[in-house]
Design a protein around this ligand. Sequence first.
Ligand code: AMP
Length: 300
Amino acid sequence: MKKVKSVSEIRRLITESKKAGKTIGFVPTMGGLHAGHISLLKRARELSEFVVASIFVNPVQFGPGEDFSEYPRDEDGDCRILEENGCDLVFLPDASEIFSDSRKIGISIDRLTDHLCGSSRPGHFEGVLLIVAKLFNIVAPEMAFFGQKDAQQAVIIQRMAAELDFPVKIVICPTVREEDGLAMSSRNLYLSRQDRISAAGMITGLREAFAAAGKGERDPSVLKALIEERMKASGFEPDYIEIVRAGSLDPVDRIEGTVLMAAAGYLSSTRLIDNIAFRAAGKRVEEVLLEFPDWSRHGK
Ligand code: AMP
């Protein structure tokens, strides 16, 4: 596995791979790698011929008072995991390689950040889009792999790729979970032993609400109350609990079609998120991976 820190060097290696006719699959990460990231790498390995990962703790997506300086960093451990899981090249830029001090250009987002994490983390997704757009331009992948755990992020990135004509297919991979259901996250490392036990309460609440939908409940406020009750009983201070249309991320007033049921909450000072996406058609409900309507003018 090649380790590259400079934009010019990664561009040279990508050009070489493209000349050799290889399709490029890209897995952007912030490091602190776990089985969720590994599942994206494995999917990238299956679908593409040259697998590139990046590790970059992106300063511009963290707000004031968030955990940028504490974020888990273990370059050597992460590189071992990447190498063992079929990564061909890892891009590990320093912040100065990516951002200049005189930055004047950003990407704005309309409506898609009004709810969910967008409203509690102002500026976060603009920071995510900026780094993802830059990495797409540097790595020039045919496919890029993202986890459903960060569902709003996946929707917004897909929308950016479609509207700004990035020639990249966005592939969404299912959320990988611990045995008790807790979604794997680099931030789980912050949890105390007691909070780690409580942490499964969020997915338990989401699953209870999904089960209620399976029994015919179609009122989002009833489902949200179930989630809130379970989260609070487990020790969470909920940040938001919302049920939105999967494509537009607008809240729904009735459960119908494909919806994203998502929650965020604090255990001590650690903020965790999770979601279940499901399709309700008549009496049936079925858990689904996020699906994207074809927004592209070119039918990408
Ligand atoms: P991060 O390093 O947290 O920025 O995540 C990098 C990528 O891994 C993003 O596309 C995440 O959605 C994805 N990811 C994080 N946790 C999981 C998980 N438990 N299951 C699947 N994908 C995940």
